[in-house]
Design a protein around this ligand. Structure first.
Ligand SMILES: Nc1ncnc2c1ncn2[C@@H]1O[C@H](COP(=O)(O)OP(=O)(O)OP(=O)(O)O)[C@@H](O)[C@H]1O
Ligand SMILES: [Mg+2]
Length: 280
């Protein structure tokens, strides 16, 4: 048993368990990994979930959000990539029992306000903020501008925080960059990461890695700005492809940096064979 949730102010908070270093932590809900990282991600961290296409970045992030919501720590998933319909179909195909939570789809901050006011207190909820339309707009060169996109994302986070939601997922940082061309990316990203950290919510930022796997984020500073980096990969050996996961970095955490095989079966992620020679 890795974590036991505690209640404070009517809301369950990330677990503080023996071995956690006295820090409340959010589990990754990947069996075999949490045990090797003092119980999970320090609550309030900004964590990159990086990997090449199809490595289950979105699924791993949603799995955290879903399991936290079931335990009373609600969250918001902001998608700039897949539409909500396509994402929900994917989640159902993976076997997530999403009817166990209130799954609220919104497409603007105004809609979020009204839906939040309708939410029953004490009910597990996930807000799926579907802004994939912006990505479609970007491909048609409809530029909404960096500052308005950043302020929109900030507004989502401010609202969810006010509603006591604890987990924020941005899918993806890469789409965020495509839609908004930052004028001074280093400064803008420094400010954005700082804002997320100050907000106190635990942020999972999904980042598309290039096939060369030579950087965790497009501007090559994301891994320094983030508190943690979780890398997902697909590795081909002797005509077999294995999913792999490693924690490249996690501040305030004594963790294994071994590479694990990542398995997904019956709605559960497992990290196996860390540090051992690959199975072929
Ligand atoms: N039931 C399943 N069991 C295991 N893997 C599955 C299942 N259904 C889909 N997948 C795998 O999940 C992958 C997609 O997952 P996900 O969308 O989370 O990945 P991603 O890294 O976010 O992808 P993208 O780069 O397209 O955003 C697919 O490559 C598919 O092989
Ligand atoms: Mg994805």
């Amino acid at each position: 048993m890795v974590a036991t949730a505690r209640k404070k102010g009517g809301r369950r908070l990330a677990a503080e368990v023996p071995g956690s270093g006295g820090i409340p932590r959010v589990r990754t809900y990947i069996e075999g990994l949490d045990e090797r990282m003092q119980g999970g991600i320090p609550a309030g961290s900004v964590v990159l979930v990086s990997g090449v296409s199809g490595t289950m970045k979105s699924s791993v992030a949603f799995n955290i959000l879903f399991n936290e919501a079931l335990r009373g720590n609600n969250g918001l998933y902001l998608t700039l990539e897949q539409s909500s319909e396509s994402f929900i179909t994917h989640l159902k195909s993976l076997g997530f029992a999403i009817d166990k939570v209130d799954m609220v789809v919104v497409s603007s901050v105004v809609e979020l306000d009204s839906k939040l006011s309708e939410l029953k207190s004490g009910k597990s909820a996930i807000v799926l903020a579907d802004m994939s339309i912006l990505r479609k707009g970007a491909s048609k060169r409809v530029d909404i501008g960096a500052s308005s996109l950043v302020s929109m994302v900030r507004n989502f986070v401010i609202r969810m925080k006010a509603a006591n939601f604890g987990i924020f997922v941005l899918d993806s940082l890469s789409a965020f960059y495509i839609i908004s061309k930052f004028e001074s990316p280093r400064q803008d990203l420094f400010n954005f990461f700082g804002f997320l950290r100050d907000s106190g919510v635990t942020s999972l930022l999904i980042s598309e890695m290039p096939l060369k796997r030579d950087r965790y984020g497009d501007y090559e500073i994301e891994e320094f700005l983030a508190d943690g980096v979780i890398k997902l990969d697909l590795v081909e050996r002797q005509r077999k492809v294995t999913r792999e996961i490693s924690v490249v970095k996690m501040r305030a955490t004594k963790c294994s940096n071994d590479v694990f095989s990542l398995e997904f079966d019956k709605g559960r992620f497992r990290a196996l064979y860390g540090g051992q020679p690959p199975l072929i």
